[in-house]
Design a protein around this ligand. Structure first.
Ligand SMILES: *Cc1c(COP(=O)(O)O)cnc(C)c1O
Length: 425
């Protein structure tokens, strides 16, 4: 099958995510190996964004493939209501041991958005089960928590949410914390604290908004304030978890442990869809009752799918290995060195980093926005150089799989400078 034929057939039948089908481009991929993706012509691309931030250890990793294959021929699926299985038990045990001590229970789903839905339901029903009427949610402007209605409701308002404005629930939005604005944010929280069920936030990096970053110290102070006001904390680590920030979890940068945490994306090393929501004993206990009506009435057909759990276990083995940990630290240092080299171009761009996440914001005549027209130029330029990127408007970012070589990363940085020269005004 040629590239052209795959494109033609796809166009006949498929509708792609976050894509204007009239103008969007399409690149068929037929094979993955490590850092690389291959098209039908055999052209090799560096996957510089871990295929939408999910791939941790590279594509088609043989160790994960073996573990998944073993599970596939042992137990592929079983209902998780009233039944359980070894991979889900082992994954929960291992994950909870790595998370802040207060995290005590795991609720499985099958993607990030639904992990957030569960977190919201846990918090709202936590209050409901105790006869407390707290129903509003606190969230950051520009946050992103998924595309289902609940997750979308607690995400920042934007072109993505505009058609659905009348269908979203009430959210109190605040800015991300800075050294200067904390008193203001605390005042906003005071104003609503009696009604706030929970605070949902992406810690340290607001990914989809354009890799916006804020400080761990300021966030910790904000979280401590919410805790004092009895606002439950829902930490969305769907993007930043599993090493992206340079530490195992964003939680490892923070002084305050959340009540509820959400994970997906890198959870299975990017191999299988899986999501999960963890919570403290306090949350769990509010549902633990002789009254059946106090149960959490939520579940998905593929909740805790055994194959997905086995992929997650294999990914954890790889993630915790010395070689992966060394790679993560090496990527952090390479990004740092690159940022220093961009200082000379401060009038053209700003670069920022959180661990292995590198963002380069291009200064253009148009404002910073998802719809900034330099996006198409950047995508095409990097694709022409066999690097897969997906800039968020004028924010070009790299979130590589941890197995990326020093040379491939340097090759990517060099192309950034080439692109700069191409756009030399
Ligand atoms: C991607 C993402 C989600 C949604 O996860 P999906 O699996 O795409 O539904 C939620 N929160 C954050 C921070 C994300 O980056």
């Amino acid at each position: 099958m040629t590239q052209q034929e795959l494109i033609r057939r796809d166009r006949q039948v498929n509708w792609h995510p976050y894509t204007q089908m009239k103008s969007g481009t399409l690149l068929p991929i037929v094979k993955g190996e490590g850092t690389y993706l291959f098209d039908a012509d055999g052209t090799r691309y560096i996957d510089a964004i871990s295929s939408w931030w999910v791939t941790l250890h590279g594509h088609a990793h043989p160790y994960i493939a073996r573990k998944v294959a073993e599970q596939l021929s042992t137990l592929e699926q079983v209902i998780f209501a009233g039944f359980t299985h070894p991979p889900a038990i082992e994954l929960s045990e291992r994950l909870l041991a790595l998370l802040p001590d207060n995290q005590q229970k795991v609720f499985y789903t099958d993607n990030g958005s639904t992990a957030v839905e569960v977190a919201l339901k846990m918090c709202i029903q936590y209050h409901h089960n105790q006869g407390v009427g707290k129903t509003k949610i606190l969230a950051f402007h520009h946050g992103y928590h998924g595309d289902t209605f609940g997750a979308m409701s607690v995400s920042g308002r934007s072109a993505w949410t505009a058609p659905f404005m009348d269908f979203m629930f009430e959210v109190v939005f605040i800015d991300v914390p800075t050294k200067d604005n904390l008193p203001e944010l605390k005042k906003a929280i005071d104003q609503h604290s009696a009604e706030l069920a929970c605070f949902v936030y992406e810690p340290l990096v607001q990914g989809a908004a354009g890799m916006r970053m804020h400080g761990a110290e300021e966030l910790s102070e904000l979280l401590a304030y919410c805790r004092a006001k009895e606002v439950l904390l829902v930490q969305d680590e769907i993007f930043v978890g599993f090493g992206r920030t340079g530490k195992l979890f964003a939680a490892n940068h923070l002084r305050v442990a959340a009540d509820v945490m959400c994970f997906s994306k890198g959870l299975t090393g990017g191999t299988m869809p899986l999501g999960l929501t963890t919570c403290s004993q306090k949350i769990y206990d509010a549902f633990y009752s002789d009254e059946r009506s106090k149960s959490l009435f939520h579940g998905h057909s593929f909740t805790a799918n055994p194959i997905a759990c086995s992929a997650a276990l294999a990914s954890l083995d790889l993630l915790l290995s010395d070689s992966t940990q060394r790679n993560i630290q090496r990527i952090c240092l390479q990004h740092q060195a690159f940022i220093q080299k961009t200082d000379a171009y401060a009038n053209r761009l700003t670069a920022r980093q959180c661990g292995t996440i590198l963002a380069i914001e291009w200064k253009t005549e148009e404002a910073t926005s998802y719809f900034n027209s330099i996006q198409a130029f950047l995508s095409n330029f990097f694709l022409d150089h066999h690097i897969l990127v997906r800039p968020l408007g004028n924010v070009l970012y790299f979130v590589p799989p941890y197995c990326i070589s020093e040379e491939d990363l340097d090759y990517i940085y060099d192309r950034v400078f080439d692109a700069l020269n191409m756009t030399n005004a």
